[in-house]
Design a protein. Sequence first.
Length: 67
Amino acid sequence: MMRHIKGRSSSKLFEEFPELKKRYWGRHFWARGYFCVTVGEMTEEMIQEYLDHHFEPDPARDFRVEP
């Protein structure tokens, strides 16, 4: 189910924002995993801590293609 949601949403984003295709060419737009929980069980601080520590640094973040 999540693969379908991520696939459709990335297609729609690429359609609406063509510049994203240039930035993410050859790579996936969404990460492989996903996180889902009801808000009643988590505080904003818990969610922020998860986001701060979940993602790995992207070595290609500063990669630029100039015309």
